[in-house]
Design a protein around this ligand. Structure first.
Ligand code: ZN
Length: 514
């Protein structure tokens, strides 16, 4: 007997052996049968719940292979300064801060995130004086869209102890006024320092934020996420476990560890009573950075870090954006495989933003997976077109080339860096169009079906979960979504207008459009 039956549906199973069906029967959180309408009768008993899909499209739940849940929770309880939230000038930022300051007692922190100087009329970062103008009695911290730069007002600088006598930290930079030497409030790569000095948000606030995020994710059809935060450790794990246990966060989560906590890793610290399909560890995140002009970590350090992860049986997930860093990531994985050969290791490169065909071939031959962010084309494409070198633009997010070369590519949003909507990502991957309708490397367009697979089977594969997720097949987890349009049939421009009507997770309807 089935617990739940969906019928009269246009089921795109994403299972190459049986690509189409009309109905799905679900039992005990799993898919029981995928069949024609007639085939469902035998599973239907008195207590079975039935849903008439009226011809609508049913797909496997979307999987987001790279996002940042704690930052997402924070983003919902701090000021959202992203361009698509109508923040297009420094005075827009000022008016949001002014509004917030009127609701808070003096001395209370005001936090904002996601500002993007490229889309601000002034084409510059805000500074301490801009912020002092509107709320001098509240300490203010703004976080840049990348998370790698922050702006503090004068009171906040005083609280964290930064003055014109403060030297630059080893890996960071304190921006200064050229004439006076006074800090401008803009700080680069000092996030760790700030998080030690500025009180964190209260758990209650984060709980509120994750519950909003939960609704958002489910409304977009996301049933699984992979948390790729490089600071993840035991505290983040405990928070995720609490959110899952309390039912605040429904999508399944695989959490990567940061390198620091991986060094201190003890299996017993990361125990949970929850089902492993709901929450577990997977992968170790390393950031490879070359913004200072040289690689951090160095190639030798990186090789040893990856080897250690590889030997321990974990997946290495290497953040690499520029061609040089992608090359370094590839060499480090090759190095580890030479020391200890292993097939199907599934080490990953996160982003892999600039990758010429020769390097793509190398990734394929080493068996490296790529986790890409198609909707960056839409949300950041205009910035790329104006600021990147021609040499970089030629090989920017070459997703189709990667696929043709044999690299397995999973999709993600990097939420909250860009909005999480997979349908927007699928539109971006198939159209290669920016927000202002300019084309970015149109030869890298892919079919909607290829794009769907990146948010399904391949994203599942990125955590060794393709046996239980990513297609609507008997025995797999019952994570399904109902859409009001078929992404493989509607005109390309309409893909982003398709709406999720219903999200089913673990055999249960967890979200429904009113
Ligand atoms: Zn990220």
């Amino acid at each position: 007997m089935a617990d739940l039956i969906l019928f009269n549906a246009n089921v795109l199973t994403m299972d190459p052996l049986h690509p189409k069906a009309f109905g799905v029967a679900i039992k005990d959180e799993k898919i029981l049968s995928v069949t024609a309408n007639d085939g469902l009768k035998r599973w239907k008993k008195m207590k079975t719940i039935t849903i008439d899909c009226k011809g609508q499209t049913v797909l496997p739940g979307f999987i987001d292979a790279h996002c940042h849940l704690h930052a997402v929770a924070e983003s919902h309880v701090t000021l959202n300064l992203e361009p698509h939230h109508n923040v297009r000038s420094i005075s827009d930022i000022q008016s949001k801060i002014r509004d917030a300051s009127q609701k808070l007692p003096s001395g209370a922190w005001i936090r904002g995130r996601g500002y993007n100087e490229f889309y601000l009329a002034e084409k510059r970062h805000p500074n301490r004086w801009d912020l002092d103008q509107v709320a001098p009695a509240h300490p203010i911290k703004l976080t840049h869209r990348t998370g790698h730069a922050h702006v503090l007002n004068s009171l906040a600088l005083k609280i964290v102890g930064i003055s014109n006598e403060t030297p630059d930290p080893p890996d960071g930079l304190i921006d200064r006024d050229l004439k006076t030497g006074d800090p401008t409030g803009l700080l680069f790569r000092m996030g760790d320092f700030l998080s030690r000095k500025i009180p964190p948000l209260e758990d209650e606030q984060l709980d509120k934020g994750i519950r909003i995020a939960n609704d958002e994710l489910l409304s977009m059809g996301i049933t699984s996420v992979q948390d790729a935060s490089s600071h993840n450790g035991i505290e983040e794990w405990k928070m995720l476990r609490r959110w899952k246990e309390k039912g605040f966060l429904k999508p399944r989560v695989v959490m990567m560890l940061g390198t620091e906590s991986f060094s201190a890793y003890r299996e017993r610290d990361f125990k949970t009573e929850l089902d492993k399909t709901q929450l577990r560890l997977g992968g170790v995140k390393i950031i490879i950075d070359e913004t200072t002009g040289h690689l951090i970590p160095s190639q030798t350090e990186l090789n040893e870090m990856v080897l250690k992860i590889h030997r321990s049986g974990f997946q290495a997930c290497l953040h690499a954006v520029e061609e040089n860093t992608v090359e370094a990531a590839c060499s480090a994985i090759e190095y580890a495989l030479k020391k200890l050969p292993k097939s199907d290791h599934r080490h990953r490169i996160e982003h892999c933003s600039v990758c010429p065909p020769s390097l793509a071939k190398k990734l394929a031959s080493v068996g490296i997976m790529v986790v890409t962010q198609p909707s960056f084309i839409y949300y950041s494409g205009d910035r790329y077109l104006q600021t990147l070198l021609a040499e970089e633009l030629k090989h920017l997010y070459p997703i189709s080339t990667l696929l043709k070369t044999g690299v397995k590519v999973a999709a993600s949003s990097d939420f909250p860096i860009s909005p999480a909507s997979p349908l927007m990502g699928i539109y971006s991957a198939t159209s290669r169009m920016t927000e202002t309708r300019k084309s970015v490397l149109s030869k890298e367009k892919m079919t909607p079906k290829e794009a769907l697979k990146m948010y399904g089977e391949t994203a599942a594969r990125a955590t060794f979960d393709e046996g239980i997720k990513g297609s609507i097949s008997p025995g797999k987890l019952a994570d399904l979504i109902v859409l009001n349009g078929d992404p493989t049939k509607v005109p390309m421009n309409e893909i982003r207008d398709i709406k999720v009507e219903m999200t089913i997770l673990n055999g249960e309807v967890v979200w429904e459009k009113f």
